[in-house]
Design a protein. Structure first.
Length: 198
């Protein structure tokens, strides 16, 4: 996996890209850029590990269903001008992959935002689209299912996708961004040279 190639390919597809050595540097960058905004958060261990909510809240209105009433926060996050989330995987060829259960996270990243940020740890990059898709299904999703304690085969060991038919399944929709969506303004991938999230 060549991160420089990934950056080149993301930029060629129309994404803005910023890269930082540490999560603290990335957090400070976003806190410096975003002031006086209404910001929505997608459910993300990456954002939690960065303590990004606390960094942005003093100077912005931030909606996160992990902090506030879940239904109210999901609705307001979807309506926010700025949306910040992570990705389950990013390929060296420049595709951004997310799998979602409720749809709020992927839906909010697709339309109606002035700015969208995907904050991605170095652990989520793969050398091809196929490997990135495999990672999203067999690494990120089982770990999230295990964290949530849902009753699915993958949650028992957090080991792989069983393509189950469980009513508790959290993998219900797949979104691949080949380029920034026409319905959004600026879309940026913020890369952190640390392992973050799943």
């Amino acid at each position: 996996m060549n991160i420089d190639n990934a950056i080149k390919n993301l930029k060629a597809r129309g994404f803005d890209v910023a890269r930082f050595a540490t999560k603290e540097q990335a957090r400070d960058y976003l806190a410096g850029r975003l002031k006086g905004q209404t910001i929505g958060f997608g459910g993300s261990m990456t954002l939690k590990e960065m303590d990004l909510y606390n960094a942005l809240s003093p100077r912005n209105t931030v909606w996160s269903h992990w902090v506030q009433d879940p239904e109210t926060a999901r609705k307001n996050a979807g309506l926010a001008d700025v949306y910040i989330t992570s990705a389950n995987a990013v390929s060296e060829t420049g595709e951004i992959i997310n799998i979602d259960g409720s749809g709020n996270r992927v839906a909010a990243s697709l339309y109606g935002k002035k700015e969208v940020y995907f904050v991605v740890g170095i652990n989520k990059f793969e050398e091809s689209y196929d490997k990135a898709l495999w990672r999203a299904r067999n690494v990120a999703s089982p770990k999230n299912a295990k964290r949530l304690g849902v009753n699915t085969p993958c949650a028992k060991d957090g080991d792989k996708c069983y393509d189950c038919q469980s009513p508790a399944r959290i993998c219900r929709g797949l979104v691949v961004l080949w380029e920034p969506m026409n319905g959004n303004g600026r879309t940026e991938v913020v890369i952190v040279d640390e392992a973050l999230g799943y």
